[in-house]
Write a protein that binds this ligand. Sequence first.
Ligand code: ATP
Ligand code: MG
Length: 177
Amino acid sequence: MSEPSPKPKSPGNAPQAAARALELASLAATGRLARRLAPHLRAGDVIGLQGPLGIGKTAFARALIRALLGPAGAGEEVPSPTFTLVQTYAVPTEAGETPLYHFDLYRLARSEDAYELGIEEAFADGISLVEWPERLGSLLPRDRLELELSTGAKPTARHARLVGRGAWAKRLEGLVP
Ligand SMILES: Nc1ncnc2c1ncn2[C@@H]1O[C@H](COP(=O)(O)OP(=O)(O)OP(=O)(O)O)[C@@H](O)[C@H]1O
Ligand SMILES: [Mg+2]
């Protein structure tokens, strides 16, 4: 009888996901969370923004984009990509600049249509903020941070759940101990 084949090795003890829950008492608190996250972002990062219509995904993205743009971002309009599906920005960095993509995929008919919006370049070289990421199905990268917003205790409050998947599990643990 031959020896049973060894079990496939798991890639270290790295967790596959980490989750954190936060209460955002107001729009200002949502902005503070965005500004806290901004300095940790780099090219290749994908952040999925989830939750129902009108919950605050764009509000969060707007604060994050303005923070990433630095002083130049203070006066930036940051429109919702409701109809354009994607808005792009250039984030100044020490090495030059990193492209920033703000997607709103609510109106995406088929996940493959996202290729025409440039998701491959975005996920490879840019910082990507994706509203309605579930529209991407299997095109969504495994390594990602998810922010899921839901209604809070009062009309201006939101419940936030952050989930770090893949490489983002450890990063989220460092970010929100
Ligand atoms: N704590 C909060 N965080 C975020 N938005 C809030 C909060 N309190 C109130 N709001 C309001 O909720 C609305 C959120 O609208 P927003 O366009 O950001 O939603 P959305 O999730 O992007 O919707 P859609 O799915 O249509 O893109 C804004 O009018 C914002 O001022
Ligand atoms: Mg929106």
